[in-house]
Design a protein around this ligand. Sequence first.
Ligand code: ANZ
Ligand code: ZN
Length: 841
Amino acid sequence: MTNHYDHAQVQEFWQYVWERDDVYTLSEDATDPTYVLGMFPYTSGTLHMGHVRNYAITDAYARYRRMQGDDVLHPMGWDAFGLPAENAAFERKTDPQSWTEACIRRMREELETMGFGYDWSREITTCEPNYYRWNQWLFKRFYEAGLVEYDSAAVNWCPDCETVLAAAQVEEREVEHSESSESASGDAANREVEHSESSASASGDAESREVERVCWRCETPVGRRELDQWFFTITDYAEELHDGLEDLEGWPEGVREIQRNWIGRQEGARITFAVGDHGDVDVFSTRPETIHGATYLAVSPGHDLARALAETDDEVADYIEDVRERDPSEVGLSGLETDATAIHPLTGQELPVYVAGYVLEDVGTGAVMGVPGHNERDHAFASEHDLPIEGVIVSDDAAIDLEDAAYTGEGVLEASGEYDGVASETARERIVADHDAVEADVTYRLRDWLISRQRYWGTPIPVVHCEDCGHVLVPDEDLPVELPEFVRTTGNPLEEHESFRETDCPECGGPARRETDTMDTFVDSSWYYLRFLSPDLEDAPFDTDRADEWLPVDVYVGGEEHAILHLLYTRFFTRALADLGLLDRREPITELKSQGTVLYDGEKMSSSKGNVVAPQEYGAETTRLFVLSAAHPEQDFEWTANNVRGAYDLQQTLYEMASTFVEERDTRVETQAYDEYIAREIDRTIAAVTDEYDRFRFHRAATEIRELARLLRRYRAYDRPHEASYRRGLLTLAALIAPMAPHLGEELWNKLRGDGLVVEADWPTPDHGASQYRLERQFVESTLADVRDIVDIAAIDEPERIELVVAQDWKYDVAQRLTDHVDETFDDVAAGSLVDQLLEA
Ligand code: ANZ
Ligand code: ZN
């Protein structure tokens, strides 16, 4: 059947042609390419639908920009280090290197089958020495810049992965109360249960929620260990990373909000308490106005005061040891009263001093003033230890019995001396202004980034431990420190390698021990976007001049689960590199798209759920077209065979139209009045689809294309179509669909023109009339803000919604108000056309 589109054959042919003609390689001379990047895949072994959706989005956009005449940088690489490879190698009696290479071969083939247009000349693989040597080199530059610390720390430890986890790699999971808690691991002792903040304080609350802290990868409950660890001091950038979010207008607000919360900026005050011979202890409080309600002082077990007291007080020493071995979540309300007393800086009153597990070492100053009347955790602690609870803030609408719970709202001060009767918000500022012991302060919840992993399959940390010289960095000329051969063992294979472990000190030449920790793989992905600029560079991780020219990443697309880890680390790296003088910008990514999830029967499509549709099952083109046309990129959508069918049918339709046209040429040359209408509709579609591609609304682009196809078929059926108009319509369809369905695009283009590639063609432009349309459309959008001001309706976020809402319920209202508003805001003509447009809808 000649009119049947045989996708497998067509795909293979055009993939061959693209490769032969090398159409995706970016010229080294490009001056300011559009940089389109999808989050590179972890080399797990096979592409899943989430990858396909991600890469279909970047590919469509990259192709669209290329047809618009841009130079486009659209590279691909492999996030190839990490624990799963090690586990897989262990299970399959192979080694991580071979396993990873096999995964890459398979995944690369899958990407090629999908027809994604990457510049493969820039491929990078993070587990190759020529990549990871630059992790080591950067580690050294960070070290020299004071951004690296080596610290003994109680760390999150996954007993199953046998490694340390960064704070962000520990996930909270709610535990069902009724179920036996032994079910998962069979080992109740292994299970660390954390009470959420609210339930810990309102102890006995019927709604108390138990939360288990589990490893993000294997979901094993996380334990505690005390180890010497390497950290990147990302907290040095807390303020900048927080404030910079404000300007990231091209990022989804949801992602910015997650980062904001993670960084956790808190305004408050630092308050100094004198503790007898022990000097001063600073506390951080967000509510300094409650200071008259402070009935005790508490320091964390790691606080200097606690350590000092432990020297002479065995009870304190024992308590500290006991608490530090446990997870903070397990410590609950435990605490120990010490012999020390603190002097209240405003009243001069003596307060007892506690060492308490609930006070966290690395939050604020590691010490708190206990205000049980107004802080839930302090209330719980005071109830447990029979400490006085005093109310100093009252509110009319708060009939709270302070014996039962803290009052945490705002109100008016009482029992607070000269501040009685003052509103709490006002008192907060006045107390800071009035007293030297109280100083305005800001803290951040963000913790330093723990990068040590006790695993094999990662970048060796380029450090040698020498008894005489301490930590010595491996000299640049000795980089990379290469991974030795893999050995199968339960712990860290690097520990088992004597020849790797035992070495000479680069400084004194004496015997030394090589660091056997490797780096968190998030180090690799924090700067990979820079390596794509010059993947083979031999004397630097990236070319600074080129980075100045080619950056930022114009569009970055990936899963929303990366809102904190990867995307925060990348921002940190970029700033650190800027401060090292290696980059001239502080933010890496202009526009970020978090693509939504592909669902199947309402659940996330994933191999662990066994509901996977393999990307190849329906052919590359149908799959691509479907994932793009099913929904806005940022929305979830359901995979259903029926909808997939729609994508398939569209291809068949277009193919049939082009074939029939070419084979039968059943057209006319003389014009009819309604040809003009068809021409206008083609123009209108071009303008609309252009606009939709600009905004990543591929689903709406597909709808426009479908509608034009329908119209052209009616045109064809009505009478013989006008040769030139109809041909232009078909060519337009071929070009417009090519970014989403490139094989089909080429096939149609080839049929209709007989030469050239659509991938290299110019984006279609309207013959006439469409600039007018665009103007109006832009006008609709630019007036949106004004419409929102003058029309009292629910907020509208998306420009397209105004058309929708206007068209339905309140178009007359808006039209009327716009007309009234014309003189003040708009020129008549533009406003008039907007009103016409509204009323026509
Ligand atoms: C006194 C006070 C009175 C506080 C009051 C709050 C309300 P949240 O509560 O999450 O906003 N804090 C400070 N450092 C701490 C540490 N190292 N470990 C545990 N808790 C600590 O966080 C701010 C509050 O957390 C701070 O303000 C402090 O308690 C507590 F009516 O100080 B507040
Ligand atoms: Zn030495």
